[in-house]
Structure formats: C-alpha cells, structure tokens
Design a protein around this ligand. Sequence first.
Ligand SMILES: *Cc1c(COP(=O)(O)O)cnc(C)c1O
Length: 356
Amino acid sequence: MSRFFSRNFAALEAYTPGEQPRDMQYVKLNTNESPFPPTERVSEAALREARRLNLYCDPACTDLRQAAAALYGVSPQNLLPVNGSDEILYFSFLAFCDDAHPAAFPETSYGFYPVYARVNRIPAHTIPLKDDFSIDYRDYCGLGETVVLANPNAPTGMLLPVWQLEEIVRTNPDNVVLIDEAYIDFGGESCVPLTKQYENLLVTQTFSKSRSMAGARLGFGIGSEALIGDLNTIKYSVNPYNVNRMTQAAGVAACEDNEIYMAQCREIMATREDTVKALERRGFRVLPSAANFVFAGTARLPGGDLYRALRRHGVLVRHFDKKLLENYLRITIGTREQMERLLREIDTILETEGTV
Ligand SMILES: *Cc1c(COP(=O)(O)O)cnc(C)c1O
C-alpha cells in the first residue's frame, strides 16, 4: 500500500476472482463460463464494430436496449445495459443503500456483495443459510432493509421459487429488493415479469454465463422506470460509455441468436443431471443445482486436497477456503467431454489419495 492510499480503503479486502491461469491448458471448470464459443453472428458483429473503435459508443445503448427489451418482454426504459452485471450490482449498492437502508444478503452468497458494501461503506446485514444450505425466504420478509439475493444462489446453485421472492418484495415495500439472476437460464423461473407490478423490484441478468459473452462484459438491470432512472443517474455520474461499441453490437446479435443459446443451456442442464448422478455414485454429496455448476463434496478427501490434486491433473475447479464451504468444490458444467475428463481424474485421485 502506498502512503497515498485513502484511509477509507486501507482495510478493504477486495473480491478474489477465479483464477485465469496461463501456465498450461486446463480443463477450465472454475468460473462458470460457457464452454461454447459465441455464435458466428456475435463474433462478426463485434469484428465489424472493431473497425470503428475511434468513435465513442452510444451511451444510451439504443439498439441494444431495444433488442434486450424484446428478449426480456419489457420496455426499453425498464432496462439498463451495463459492463457485466457486476457493474449493476455496484451501481445498486450506491443507489439504494445507505445508513438508513442497510444491505441484507445471505452470509453465503456471491462474494462481491460484502465487498460492494464495504467499498461504499454501507452497513451489511448478513443472514446465515439453513443447515442444508438453503435460504429461508421468511428471514427476508418485512426486513425494512435493501435485500440482495442471488437466485439461484452462489455457490450452492440452489433455487427459490418465484412466489417466495414475491413475498419478500411485497413485504419490503419501502426498500429495493435486488434479485441477481446470473444463472436463471439454467432451469429457474425469472422474476422479470414481476418488475411490472412492483416498483421496488430490480432484477439483474448477465450474458456472461448463458450466452457465452463473459469476456465481452454485458449485463442488465431490469426494473421500474423510476429505479432505472436512479441507476442511470449513477451511470452518468461514473461512466456514461460503460458498454463498449463491440459489446453493444455483440449483445444485439446474441439477442437474435437467443434460440441457439437456450438450446445450449438445455444441453448444459442435461450434462449437469448426468454429472450429479456420476458424482453421487462416487460418494459425493451434491446440492440440488439450478445453475451451470454444482456444489459437491466427499468425505473421502478434504475439499482443498481434492482441488489441488485436480489442478495438478489439469482440471481447474473453484474451492472456497471458508468455514462451511471448505469441504465442497464448485464445479462448472462444461461439455460432455470435459465432465468425463473431470470424473476420470477424480477416480484416479480418489484411488491413490482418498479413503474408501
Ligand atoms: C458471475 C456472476 C455475476 C456477474 O457476472 P458478470 O460477468 O459481471 O455479468 C453476478 N452474480 C453472480 C451470482 C454471479 O455468479
């Protein structure tokens, strides 16, 4: 730390992204990316715009808002495109949380929530999961705080039904309820339709996981015109050109190819079900997942040991060195071939290092 660094952030613990190692070719199952490349139409759209990078992009993202609004069944004024949904989360903590509106979220959830609270100096109210890793929606009803929930939750993959989320939204009428739907396309039901009915509901989505655009950085906030207006105030105070020219064009093309991406999501879901069975046959406990990853652990080998052994064998998964989570691995669902490789390496490792 330099002597110039603000005291405000001296104790800040930054978010740790999943590794993106360059030392060798891994089977990469650690950051929940899609194993499928973007469609031809998406790559072509980005390339075309690459020739015009001398010009600023459209700060209003007009074409993209139009295309994404049609995709989500809302109006363009109910939607804000952002530089990855991480950005809309950051904007939302700025816009809708303060001392009078603390941020409430599960103790075990997306690692960015506590970081955004700390960096904005917002009081955080963390609520433990139940013993089975589930979220009890009643913990969030009538809280009178700004509620932030990932649905499905991370890193568990567990899904709440829409009626429970609606109860949370309905019973916190004077606070924003943010539902982070980064993984909703892998089998969950979206809360987007409810945004027409509840002015305090903000839903965030991303093209990173289900639409093969993690590297392009594109996410959306969807909500009432008033909420989107507030978020625009933040955006135009921070970074008006937040979604670059290539990503805007790629995003429009991805909306046009939505059928292809939804078919790929179904393929991932089928692979997920087979992977769950295969892991259970090997003695793993696997949490019920509605995401493009599974959270799984076995008493045969501590999570950290299995993570490191898999890494040595060329397979990267995510391990969280935290109480409650340390015996589990978060494993992204990739292609069939990638999952077969994972299972082969697990078998080899458990044969040599594991207990029966
Ligand atoms: C991946 C992820 C995001 C952020 O994705 P972006 O790439 O920034 O769009 C947000 N929330 C959760 C729970 C995630 O897992």
